[in-house]
Design a protein around this ligand. Structure first.
Ligand code: NDP
Length: 332
């Protein structure tokens, strides 16, 4: 991490790729830990939020200038001093953006991969973003057959997973995305009313297809405002993210907040890590199996080489990704 961005992160400036540090894989001391070769690392929207001034408080720590970024990844254990993992294990954890890292082996999860998924899936639909969709849908949607839900970023990993959970629960699904290709993909996963929010006004779609009983918010701003306007009384709002504001200092003024009161809306903000203890066991024991059996569709946006991390970060913030953005760092 090289510099705090003022707008969109700039590859090669906000973040730089650096090969100056090397280690000897055979002799580096492990001190009770495990030497892991990183295979894939995830690029998620929230990484932008960690690129902030040290004093700006949030639910997570800001990245430190000069230090590697970190995020969820899957690695291969090369050597281990710990009884919790052994050489040859594939592990899921929170890793530095480095080819190799010595980790505390008690903080990684050994993946058996009975489902035979690509490792990249374990940082996407079968990892933190899939958990975001699954856990919060279970916790807050109060889904009823015949209800209508509006999902934003419906072609992204979180949004597309929510769409499929909602369809399985018998809801009518309205979903938005930022390109016609993404609209086609949303159609293919069962969205009843897919639309491109860049060419069609969200408020017009919701006026025609609403009122909505559930709103899954990934973007904030105008979509949030339209969702309030066309919400049914007592609708559940699942406030997952507000990416339309991540790269600008301008704050969108939502004009109809009083309708939260008059429509008696239930607004649920959440951070997925707090829901993990409650829902991770069933996620791994049942949902990942459904992914393995091909019952949950997902798309990936794979970039090969750690030097492309900066490009991936910008892709996700600007909507150039089509599917879950993952950096393929090393070969198995
Ligand atoms: P995606 O793969 O969907 O990528 C982000 C997408 O956001 C882009 O592809 C783009 O899609 C869309 N986007 C970018 N800029 C804008 C904008 N100005 N207005 C509207 N849409 C925009 O990401 P994820 O599925 O990983 O994450 C989706 C959301 O979930 C994010 O808001 C993220 O912060 C949130 N999240 C929250 C968690 C929590 O614990 N609360 C955990 C994980 C994710 P398009 O082309 O359709 O515009």
């Amino acid at each position: 991490f090289n510099e705090i961005p003022s707008g969109y992160p700039i590859p090669g400036q906000t973040t730089v790729y650096d090969e100056s540090e090397t280690i000897d894989l055979d002799t580096v001391p492990l001190n009770g830990g495990a030497l892991v070769k990183l295979l894939v690392v995830s690029i998620d929207p929230y990484l932008r939020g960690r690129m902030r001034r040290a004093e700006a408080k949030s639910y997570n720590e800001p990245f430190k200038i000069g230090e590697p970024l970190m995020n969820w990844g899957v690695g291969l254990v090369l050597r281990s001093d710990s009884s919790s993992v052994k050489a040859g294990d594939h592990v899921y954890g929170y890793f530095k953006f480095q080819q190799y890292e010595i980790v505390d082996a008690t903080r990684v999860l050994v993946l058996e991969n009975k489902e035979g998924l690509p490792w990249s899936a374990y940082v996407g639909v079968a990892g933190m973003p899939g958990q975001t969709a699954y856990h919060a849908w279970k916790e807050f949607a109060e889904a009823k057959k015949g209800d209508t839900v509006f999902v934003t970023t419906g072609a992204g990993v979180v949004g597309a997973t929510v769409v499929q959970l909602a369809k399985a629960d018998g809801l009518k699904v309205i979903a938005s995305a930022g390109s016609d290709d993404k609209v086609e993909f949303m159609k293919s996963i069962g969205v009843d009313v897919p639309f491109n929010y860049k060419t069609t006004k969200t408020a017009e779609v919701l006026e025609k297809e609403g009122p909505i009983n559930v709103y899954w918010d990934n973007v904030g701003g105008e979509s949030f405002e339209a969702a309030i306007e066309y919400a049914a009384k007592g609708a559940r709002f699942i406030e997952c993210g507000m990416i339309s504001g991540y790269n600008t200092s301008e704050v969108y003024q939502v004009k109809n907040l009083m309708k939260i009161v008059t429509k008696q809306l239930h607004i649920h903000g959440f951070i997925v890590t707090d829901l993990m203890p409650k829902y991770n066991p069933e996620f791994y024991s049942s949902f990942v199996g459904r992914i393995g059996r091909g019952e949950i569709a997902y798309k990936e946006h794979l970039l090969v080489g750690l030097e492309r991390a900066g490009e991936g970060i910008l892709d996700v913030q600007s909507g150039r990704n089509f599917g879950k953005c993952v950096i393929v760092v090393g070969e198995d």
